[in-house]
Design a protein around this ligand. Structure first.
Ligand SMILES: Nc1ncnc2c1ncn2[C@@H]1O[C@H](COP(=O)(O)OP(=O)(O)OP(=O)(O)O)[C@@H](O)[C@H]1O
Ligand SMILES: [Mg+2]
Length: 234
């Protein structure tokens, strides 16, 4: 497939919870490699958008194309098999299981030692904590484990919902540098409250406001845009 076809194409996407509509016609694309940032104040609809993309929520209308295939009606499991990975804003790990058990469960097969070794190389801190219960990990280690689990399904597109939330500032940089490396290989859509960090990792940014895209452009351009602060202000 040609490189200039986006891995993800979203058009006119509407979704919500029951009768309460949250997304009002979202248009967004993500290229085959590189990161796209998704910014916006609390409640703008960022997590709702990711949940709709992975299939936890059914869209009311609009288009979701992954690798040029319409995935709107497919189960989350099918989307993951196609190559979508998702790290939710909350948890994404089993707190009562050990790090090792969490990784084994995330692997495609029980014997995916290559995948697990790859994750431990990627996040060496996890290798020191294999027998520790996931619920007792630090905020940063938990996020690393959640990202690591998602990587085990070998995604070509990773949807990341606030990968540095609740992470000590000293570890944020460590996670960010890994994501920068990852974005050279695959496509990442990253929701992030640390705007400067997100705009550094991502080449392109979308700013959401009240369930729609209010502002978008190359990261450097969005960073300079006087409207940006208005959309991020509480
Ligand atoms: N399960 C739910 N049921 C009903 N409404 C919900 C549900 N989850 C979220 N909402 C509402 O949808 C809107 C968008 O929420 P969403 O979680 O997508 O925002 P967000 O941009 O991710 O915010 P944050 O930055 O705080 O994570 C909010 O008004 C929220 O109250
Ligand atoms: Mg959210």
């Amino acid at each position: 497939m040609s490189d200039d076809i986006p891995v993800l194409e979203v058009a006119g996407l509407t979704a919500g919870y029951g009768r309460s509509q949250v997304l009002f016609g979202v248009d967004l694309t993500a290229p085959k490699t590189g990161a796209v940032a998704l910014l916006g104040r609390n409640g703008a609809g960022k997590s709702t958008l990711l949940k709709t993309l992975i299939g936890e929520l059914s869209p009311m209308g609009g288009i979701i194309k992954f690798d040029s295939v319409d995935t709107r009606k497919e189960s989350t499991e099918k989307r993951v098999r196609r190559g979508m990975g998702y790290v939710p804003q909350e948890q994404g790990i089993f707190s009562t299981l050990t790090v090792q058990e969490n990784l084994t469960l995330g692997a495609i097969t029980q014997t995916d030692h290559i995948g697990i070794d790859m994750v431990l190389d990627f996040f060496p801190k996890l290798a020191e904590r294999l027998d520790q219960q996931a619920g007792t990990l630090s905020g940063g280690e938990r996020k690393m484990l959640a990202i690591g689990r998602a990587l085990l399904s070998r995604p070509s597109l990773l949807l990341l919902d606030e990968p540095t939330e609740g992470v000590w500032v000293g570890v944020i940089e460590e996670i960010a540098s890994r994501l920068e490396l990852l974005a050279r290989e695959i496509s990442i859509v990253i929701v992030e409250q640390h705007v400067e960090l997100a705009l550094r990792i991502a080449n392109y940014a979308y700013v959401m406001d009240r369930g729609g895209i209010a502002l978008e452009g190359p990261s450097a351009q969005v960073q300079r845009d006087p409207e940006l602060l208005r959309y991020l202000a509480p």
